[in-house]
Design a protein around this ligand. Structure first.
Ligand code: IVH
Length: 666
């Protein structure tokens, strides 16, 4: 049986790796997502039943179990140098002159690549297996981000090909976030009241430097390989050949890389990309030009910080001048006031820009931007328009400095500055502006997902006084909607039906919909699974919340505070009274086995590994993956393997499934 399972598992892994490569590297999937999920589920199930066969290179093992305490620093075997920059065709020609002189009349060609705007990393493969990943850091040493790197699906955990893979192969390249994923991530962050990333590079860097690999895994990072570090055997005689070998090994290489015979061809390619760069779904900030042959690179050598055989050509950031027609202050769902500049419409990098966020009042003061000012705007990472400069010399003398709001522009209620003095918040919890944003979020796709209840309708519902809180939605009747704009009878029934349907959404959706600061969909799921009900979350102490796997201290504090605000109990009671009854995934947590540590090994009859660990958590105990003297119980099923041996050696108490069920007492 185990032998059979072993073969089956290997087969499935091979199949899944092939599809990962087709999908993430070649952009050429051969099977549907559904079929892929089925293969993955089959593998996961087989591995659950045969835990001794799980190896770190399995596609199921991309996400590490435990968050890290911090990153360790690792020294690069070969330093990661930086690059000199050029900004014009003349400078490129000067670079070419230097190369020609030093190569002393020899013929040479270039490879021209896109300069991906992400962050450089180094991957280490030993015998074809990914063993480490590190950031560039200062070039000499960087952070060990292996756990996070492993979650990036474009990065193979095992290289493809039979034989011929160098025993040590360090691959260098750029981790980046596709523009579309960046836009979506910021949309979700904005909805959740979390600060947005300024551009995809910051988002990629922030996502790679998280201590929780599970969150990195959700960020849709990707990767392009562009050079090697330490190597036990060369992959080719030149750079272009090396990149082709990369492709054969299953590594993603950018498809737009080109050879150029001379500097004129290089310049043509650079100029083309300066125009076409907006067609890509990732950001590039220039081009990289590299001498192709390795023997010629050796002749050229390097200065202290950068090689002489390559240079970057940086695009100028696209800017436009326009006029600030007015400055609005918007109120967000947690009451934070955000200044926004309304601009005279102007074309910038392919889109018409009418508004630019001024971020916060500190920024307004720093720029000293005033209504009527002529300003220079730039797209940060070419996406979010930002005011980068105020043309003060063109200012009308009449323009007054922007006055900080002393009252909420929406409800006229009192406002307060936070301790750092950056944010101003409306303190009126009944502010209709805040309420609108809270309701839009509540009904949003990632939360209660109420179809037909869009922003315009929500605004009307609040303005007409039909809705004053979440629970009012569930009391709406069709006739009440009839009088609203663009509301035919059929649409009214659709809205009511959709609202009613949302009453039985899973618990995590309701938790997410409450709009607790720092709690997005993922942490809501963890809370729902762990506690099983809103009451249980509300009853938890801050320490208990922080003790939950993947819930950090900031989240714990925020959840605790939310449930101890005077209004919260009423909001929740009202919702339950109005008939909202979230589907409860797990039974209520008990503390029968509080403080104990369990290790599960072997196959159980009535529980999968995950279910057993879930039951352990729900009883207040902690599941662990390795046996030590601190382990209280080892729960052993069939074919338990080395963990049982270790338990017996250390004298740890071993229990079987029957005993386990008895201890749980349910
Ligand atoms: S080659 C000796 N190729 O640009 C430097 N770098 O400004 C070898 N980058 O730190 C790097 N795209 O993060 C190379 N196609 C590409 C690149 C690229 C982006 C980044 C890389 C490097 C930075 C230098």
């Amino acid at each position: 049986m185990a032998k059979d399972a072993g073969r089956q598992i290997e087969q499935l892994r091979k199949e899944i790796r092939r599809h990962d490569h087709l999908y993430y590297v070649l952009n050429r999937p051969e099977i549907s997502d559904r079929r892929y999920d089925a293969l993955f589920a089959e593998l996961a199930e087989l591995e659950r039943a045969n835990p001794e066969l799980v190896t770190p290179d399995s596609p199921t093992q991309r996400v590490a179990g435990q968050p890290l305490e911090g990153f360790t620093t690792v020294r690069h075997a070969v330093p990661m140098l930086s690059m000199d920059n050029t900004y014009s065709a003349e400078e490129l020609r000067a670079f070419d002159e230097r190369v020609r002189r030093q190569l002393d009349g020899g013929t040479y060609d270039y490879v021209v690549e896109l300069k991906i705007d992400g962050l450089a990393i180094s991957l280490r493969y030993e015998e074809g297996i990914l063993v480490a990943g590190a950031t560039r850091g200062d070039g000499e040493s960087g952070d060990d981000v292996t756990a996070n790197i492993r979650t990036i699906k474009a990065i193979p955990l095992v290289l493809l090909g039979n034989g011929g893979i160098p025993a040590v192969l360090e691959v260098r390249g750029e981790v980046y976030m596709p523009t579309s994923s960046f836009v979506e991530l910021n949309r979700l962050r904005e909805e959740a009241g979390e600060p947005c990333f300024a551009n995809p590079r910051n988002a990629a860097a922030g996502s790679l430097k998280l201590l929780e690999a599970r969150i990195t895994a959700s960020r849709n990072l990707s990767f392009f390989a562009y050079s090697t570090g330490q190597l036990s055997a060369p992959l080719g005689v030149d750079h272009y050949e090396t990149l082709e070998r990369f492709r054969k090994l299953g590594l993603p290489v950018n498809p737009h890389i080109k050879k150029a015979r001379d500097i004129d061809e290089v310049i043509d390619i650079c100029v083309d990309w300066d125009h076409n760069r907006h067609d890509l779904d990732y950001q590039i900030d220039g081009m990289v030009i590299k001498v192709n042959r390795f023997d010629q690179r050796d002749i050229l050598g390097a200065t202290g910080r950068a090689p002489r055989w390559c240079i970057s050509y940086k695009f100028a950031a696209e800017q436009a001048e326009t006029v600030v027609e007015s400055i609005d202050v918007q109120v967000g769902k947690s009451g934070i006031l955000t200044p926004v500049a309304n601009l005279r419409p102007v074309l910038l990098a392919g889109t018409t820009v009418k508004r630019a966020s001024l971020h916060n009042f500190d920024e307004v003061r720093r720029l000293d931007v005033r209504e009527g000012d002529t300003v220079v705007i730039e797209k940060a990472g070419e996406i979010i328009p930002q005011v980068v400069e105020v043309k003060k010399e063109q200012r009308q003398t009449r323009a007054a400095p922007f006055k900080l709001p002393s009252r909420c522009p929406n409800c006229g209620g009192p406002v307060k500055r936070d301790e750092e003095g950056v944010y101003i918040r409306c303190l009126n919890s009944a502010c209709s502006g805040q309420l609108k944003e809270r309701l839009k979020y509540f009904a949003g796709r990632g939360q209660m997902d109420i179809e037909h209840l869009g922003p315009a309708l929500i605004e009307q519902l609040i303005e007409t006084g039909l809705v004053k809180g979440f629970a009012d939605l569930y009391r709406l009747r069709k006739e009440q909607l009839a009088g609203l704009d663009r509301m035919a009878e059929k649409s009214a029934s659709n809205v009511i039906e959709a609202i009613q349907e949302s009453k039985r959404r899973p618990l995590w959706r309701l938790i997410a919909a409450l709009g607790i600061r720092h709690i997005g969909g993922q942490s809501a799921q963890i809370l729902a699974e762990h506690f099983g009900s809103l009451e249980a979350i509300g009853a938890a102490t801050q320490q208990e919340l922080a003790g939950v796997d993947q819930i950090g201290p900031t989240m714990a504090e925020s959840v605790y505070q939310y449930f101890h605000e005077p209004d919260t109990t009423a909001v929740i009671e009202e919702l339950l009274k109005a008939g909202v009854s979230p589907e409860q995934l797990k039974t209520r947590r008990s503390d029968k086995l509080a403080g104990m540590t369990f290790v599960v090994t072997g196959t159980l009859e009535n529980f999968s590994r995950q279910q057993a660990e879930q039951a352990i958590r729900q009883a207040g105990a902690k599941p662990s993956s390795s046996v030590s003297r601190k382990t209280d119980f080892v729960l052993a099923g069939d074919n338990p393997g080395s963990k049982l041996e270790k338990a017996l050696k250390l004298g740890v108490k071993v229990i079987d499934e029957q005993e386990f069920v008895k201890m749980l007492g349910n």
